[in-house]
Design a protein around this ligand. Structure first.
Ligand SMILES: N[C@@H](CCC(=O)N[C@@H](CS)C(=O)NCC(=O)O)C(=O)O
Length: 198
C-alpha cells in the first residue's frame, strides 16, 4: 500500500499513526505529497489531490476516516462499537479539528489576503471546543488511543500547540492538556510530529 502524506497535515498524521499502531509499517510505503502543486504525485491517483490518500492496488481511498477503517480491517482488528454519545463527542472533535485546520490554512495566505473575521471566528470556536473537551477530560470520558476520535483530538491539539494558536490553553484547560501529553508520549505520535510552519 502507498500512503501519501505531508509532515504538517494533522489528517495524514492520523493515518500514519494508525499504520504504526496497527503494525502495518512494512505493508505501507509512505510518500510525500506536494499539496496544491501541479506535479503533486497524489494527482496520479486521486482527483481530490489531498492527503492522506491510500492506494492499495486499484483501490484509492481519500478521507481519513475511511483510510483509518481500512487500516483497521487490514490489521485484522475490529472497530469498537459506538453509541450515540460517542458519536456526539466524535462530531465535536471533528469540528474542532476542521476549525484548527481552517485557522492554520488562513495563516499560510499572504498577509494582505488574510481575514481577521475568520481568525476571530475560529479563535472563538476553538475556545468553546476546548472548554467542552476539558469537561470531558475532567470526567474521564475522552476517547482512548488508538481510536480514530482520540487520534483526531490529539493531532488537532498538537497542531494548535505547534502553531501557538491558543496561548495559555494548557493553564486554562489542565485536564485536557494532561490527556494530550499522555497521548503524545506514544512513540507513533512522537515519530510523526509536525515540523515548522511551511
Ligand atoms: N476531509 C479530509 C480533509 C483532508 C485535508 O484537508 N487535507 C489537507 C491537508 S491537512 C490537504 O490535503 N490539503 C491540500 C489541498 O486541499 O489541496 C480528510 O478527512 O481526509
Amino acid at each position: 500500500m502507498l500512503l501519501f502524506y505531508t509532515q504538517n497535515s494533522p489528517y495524514a498524521r492520523i493515518a500514519r499513526v494508525a499504520v504504526r499502531e496497527f503494525g502495518l509499517r512494512r505493508q505501507v510505503t509512505e510518500k510525500l505529497a506536494r499539496n496544491r502543486a501541479a506535479d503533486n504525485p497524489v494527482l496520479t491517483y486521486s482527483p481530490a489531490g489531498r492527503v492522506p490518500t491510500l492506494v492499495d492496488g486499484d483501490l484509492v481511498l481519500s478521507e481519513t476516516r475511511l483510510i483509518y477503517d481500512y487500516l483497521v480491517q487490514k490489521a485484522g482488528k475490529a472497530l469498537a462499537p459506538k453509541d450515540w454519545n460517542d458519536l456526539a463527542l466524535a462530531g465535536q472533535i471533528s469540528s474542532f479539528m476542521d476549525g484548527i485546520c481552517l485557522w492554520v490554512r488562513e495563516r499560510y495566505r499572504p498577509e494582505e489576503q488574510q481575514s481577521p473575521f475568520l481568525f476571530d471566528v475560529e479563535a472563538q470556536r476553538a475556545d468553546r471546543s476546548l472548554a467542552f473537551l476539558q469537561a470531558h477530560a475532567t470526567q474521564n470520558t475522552l476517547p482512548a488511543l488508538p481510536t480514530y476520535d482520540a487520534l483526531t483530538l490529539v493531532c488537532a491539539l498538537d497542531l494548535m500547540q505547534h502553531r501557538s494558536l491558543c496561548p495559555g490553553w494548557a493553564t486554562t484547560y489542565p485536564d485536557l492538556q494532561k490527556w494530550a501529553l499522555g497521548a503524545l508520549a506514544q512513540k507513533a505520535l512522537q515519530d510523526t510530529t509536525p515540523g515548522p510552519a511551511s
